[in-house]
Design a protein. Structure first.
Length: 96
């Protein structure tokens, strides 16, 4: 399974998000550290925008920790960089 698909599957399972967008930013980082070391050269850098009920009442740091915990396996291996934009549903009327 591709890295992006695994990320999506894990986030859907962990958070049942109301909104989820996963952007593969790897091409923007070609030649940078981490991008060339991975066997998955096209899947090393991602930006995740996620809106889920589970983030309500949580600090920004807690939300990031929750996402990082759900993706611990990927972050320990093929994923070199991850930008997380995590919000509760009531924080954004547009879903992101």
């Amino acid at each position: 399974m591709q890295i992006e698909a695994r990320i999506k599957e894990k986030l859907l399972k962990a958070f049942s998000p109301k909104y989820l967008v996963i952007e593969n930013d790897s091409a923007k980082h070609a030649g940078h550290a981490g991008a060339e070391q991975s066997l998955n050269r096209g899947e090393t850098h991602f930006t995740i925008t996620i809106v889920a009920d589970g983030f309500a009442g949580r600090s920004r740091i807690d939300r990031h920790r929750m996402v990082h915990e759900a993706l611990a396996e990927e972050l320990a291996g093929p994923v070199h960089a991850l930008v997380v934009k995590a919000k509760a549903p009531d924080e954004d009327a547009h879903g992101a």
